[in-house]
Design a protein around this ligand. Structure first.
Ligand SMILES: Nc1ncnc2c1ncn2[C@@H]1O[C@H](COP(=O)(O)OP(=O)(O)OP(=O)(O)O)[C@@H](O)[C@H]1O
Ligand SMILES: [Mg+2]
Length: 310
């Protein structure tokens, strides 16, 4: 399917206090994609999501959901997307099941009790059924927010840090659930600071930084082309990397932490033997050695570093 689920063009937002939160942000999310929207704190992710969710007043630009104008056809768009906002806010006097029934009503649907049961099961809220939202823990509330966003079975789900404060085991189970939804055809736009989560789940990544799109590419391509591989060799306390060593090993951009040396491997595959031999020729056999592959977190830090080196 080549249909575009979410088509955002030239979005901008200046808050009333003059803060420029988004500047000319464009991105397209093809239907069926599991899409990561990443960025450091304050990058503008929630501003963008809240604009789409009608929580923040739109600035400039256009947004289309399956071809429908998100700023003009609000009712249609609300029925066709589910948003988990970053901020948790509930009416404190309802229990989880009531919240889900009321939310269904707000979307103009008759509550689908079988689906509500499934959501309560899958998000492990069954045991909380007798509690009001006020009595739920932070992680439980967040899970209820996820359930709420899914109650009307929307074809696009936007998740703004859905797993913040959710414990490790449940987070894993939430991922499985999101993966299943995506496999069944739901398009998912995910914002998270757990980059391991984004790397594992998402097939495309857009990084925004200070209100602008920096990186926008398929996850696999980013990891193949930008993630580095390193060979580290330990030689014990007191190891010194001299200028002469640096020059001799310049091809591997050597770095030292005072206990050994770290060499950059040039190619996605291979390069290990050359680097290892070069180090042994210079320093002798190491006490220990290993190869480290950069993960999305390393790449992200490099791409969003304040001095903008990449
Ligand atoms: N209501 C507001 N009024 C003025 N400035 C705001 C408002 N809301 C957010 N901002 C500012 O806009 C910028 C973007 O904030 P936003 O919440 O969109 O970032 P974010 O990418 O979601 O960050 P985080 O990862 O911390 O959630 C920040 O500088 C923030 O201080
Ligand atoms: Mg945010």
């Amino acid at each position: 399917m080549s249909e575009i689920a979410l088509d955002l063009r030239h979005l901008s937002k200046v808050y009333a206090n003059g803060k420029v939160a988004l500047e000319d942000v464009s991105l397209q999310v093809p239907a069926g994609t599991f899409y990561a929207l990443l960025g450091p704190n304050g990058a503008g992710k929630s501003t963008l999501i809240n604009m789409l969710a009608d929580i923040v007043r739109p600035g400039g630009g256009t947004a289309r959901l399956f071809g429908h104008d998100m700023f003009r056809e609000r009712a249609w768009c609300k029925r066709h997307m589910g948003v988990v906002p970053q901020e948790v806010a509930f009416d404190p006097f309802f229990n989880p099941r009531e919240v889900l029934k009321i939310t269904s009503g707000m979307f103009g649907c008759k509550p689908d009790m079988a689906w509500i049961d499934e959501l309560l099961d899958r998000l492990e809220l069954r045991e909380q059924e007798r509690k009001t939202t006020r009595q739920l823990s932070g992680g439980m509330r967040r899970r209820l927010l996820v359930a709420q966003a899914l109650v009307h079975k929307p074809p696009l789900v936007i998740l703004d840090e859905p797993t913040a404060g959710v414990d490790v085991e449940l987070r894993r189970r939430l991922w499985d659930f999101m993966r299943e939804l995506n496999a069944a055809g739901t398009t998912i736009l995910l914002t998270t600071h757990y980059l391991e989560e984004a790397e594992e789940l998402c097939e495309h990544v857009t990084i925004i930084d200070r209100g602008r799109v920096g990186t926008d590419r398929p996850m696999r391509e980013l990891m193949r082309e930008v993630a580095g591989r390193y060979l580290w060799l330990s030689y014990g306390e007191g190891f010194v990397l001299t200028d002469a060593d640096k020059e001799a090993l310049a091809a591997f951009q050597p770095r030292s932490n005072g206990r050994g040396v770290c060499l950059t491997l040039r190619h996605a595959q291979g390069g290990f033997h050359e680097a290892y031999e070069a180090a042994v020729a210079r320093f002798g056999p190491p006490q220990d050695a290993g190869v480290r592959q950069e993960d999305l977190e390393d790449v992200f830090i490099r791409l969003t570093r304040k001095d903008n080196l990449s």
